[in-house]
Design a binder for this molecule. Sequence first.
Ligand code: NAD
Ligand code: UGA
Length: 458
Amino acid sequence: MTFEKNILCIGAGYVGGPTMAMIGAKCPQYKVTVVDIDMNKIAAWKSDSLPIYEPGLSELVKTTRDRNLFFSTDIEAGIREANIIFVSVNTPTKTFGQGAGKAADLQYWEKTARQILANSKDSKIIVEKSTLPVRTAKAMERILNGNSEKIHFEVVSNPEFLAEGSAIKDLENPDRVLIGSSETEKGIRARKEIVDIYANWVAREKIIESNVWSSELSKLTANAFLAQRVSSINSLSALCEKTEADIDEVAHAVGMESRIGPRFLKASVGFGGSCFKKDILNLVYICQSYGLNEVADYWESVVKINEWQEKRFIQNMLINMFNTVAGKRIALFGFAFKADTGDTRESPALYITRGLLEERALVVISDPEALGNAKRDLKDFNENLIFTEDPYEAARESHAVAVLTEWRQFKELDYTRILNSMCQPAFIFDGRNILDHRRLFEMGFNVFAIGKAPLKHF
Ligand code: NAD
Ligand code: UGA
């Protein structure tokens, strides 16, 4: 079968895999190939057990795989064949040298650019799918178009806004698709080609076109604004705990205001995920490098409040459990950074677990999807750590339960059974405010939620 276009995606991760599966499903006229340096990941994409968990993903992959969606480790052949190359490699925070701890580490990105250059025999459109510092497209173009052949690479920015756990829904029905390019004739032509891909299923008025720098910066800004809302509500949760105001009631009252809106106002143990912290720190670094220190400090405070919120959660556990958790069994309900994903990157649960282990607690972790990642994350801790899928088993003989991920399953457990299996007095720390606190208190639990007055029997 001949296809209208050959699309390649370099990077088969949380973004590359689902995004290409959606393009493949909505555009049977295109051949879509996803490549990665990680052989195991590609093998998993070709199997029945995909490397990531997303509701609806396996069904989507099943209908498209080997029809017009292909997974491969042959990056060079993929580059040679492609007309359009999406680059979706990871762009973590730099851990070394200048900008360590803040700047984006662009080494994978640059390697990819050089590999594209080395293996291309004709002109191509290169799409920045990864989240990148504003003005990266400039560097990318310099590397790519520094070739002696008469090949032209047009770099287009098309940031991804999907959230994990709802990736398929977000891809199928996005709030908007953003495509930025240079304002030259070639740039605008390349932009139109990317618009044409999305126009196969996204309403035209939801596809926004902009200059390439606005597109790059809009992605960092969107994540910064979302994280800022969580830090704003979390900062006030501390004030609620002191004043008997209830943070969920405050969020509801404030969110009803149409200029503010109700979403992303759920107080929690803190935000996690691979991107919020990294993207804000990246923004902070860029601002600092332009001498905009006040702007940098403003955004950095969003990350600082988040770290404080996580720390506060542990301190609250310690203080309320008579200032010691040493030797006490503590059940953690949830390890993923949010519900409906197995991803544990930057999960508040990681920080809480480490803190409790330092206090010599015996930590029992239960999560329906994230135990594999949790074990990998905590492989350096050999003692005082138990993993179990069964939350009842986790809670048995424990002194406290801490809810760290808002999995629906945790709301539906038989808490009388849990209470009866625990050491007394039994504590619940609800880091997601998902449980019925009054009912638990009446059952006999001592209940500590985020941004609410404690409910305790002593
Ligand atoms: P990921 O780590 O899940 O996937 C990246 C993949 O790229 C890995 O499988 C890695 O092996 C591969 N890779 C790295 N260098 C490579 C190379 N030279 N050649 C081939 N493959 C290579 O990362 P992700 O979560 O998919 O994120 C990718 C980008 O998308 C990041 O910039 C991130 O900020 C952004 N983003 C992520 C999300 C999300 O929800 N995870 C959402 C929007 C945007
Ligand atoms: C986030 C953005 O929502 C996506 O638009 C973006 O594409 C993505 O980052 C990215 O660039 O990687 P994601 O990290 O998958 O998506 O998940 P979110 O739903 O944004 O949640 C992030 C964290 O904030 C989670 O730990 C979540 O529990 C927490 N959160 C969210 C709250 O504590 N309260 C809220 O009200 C909302």
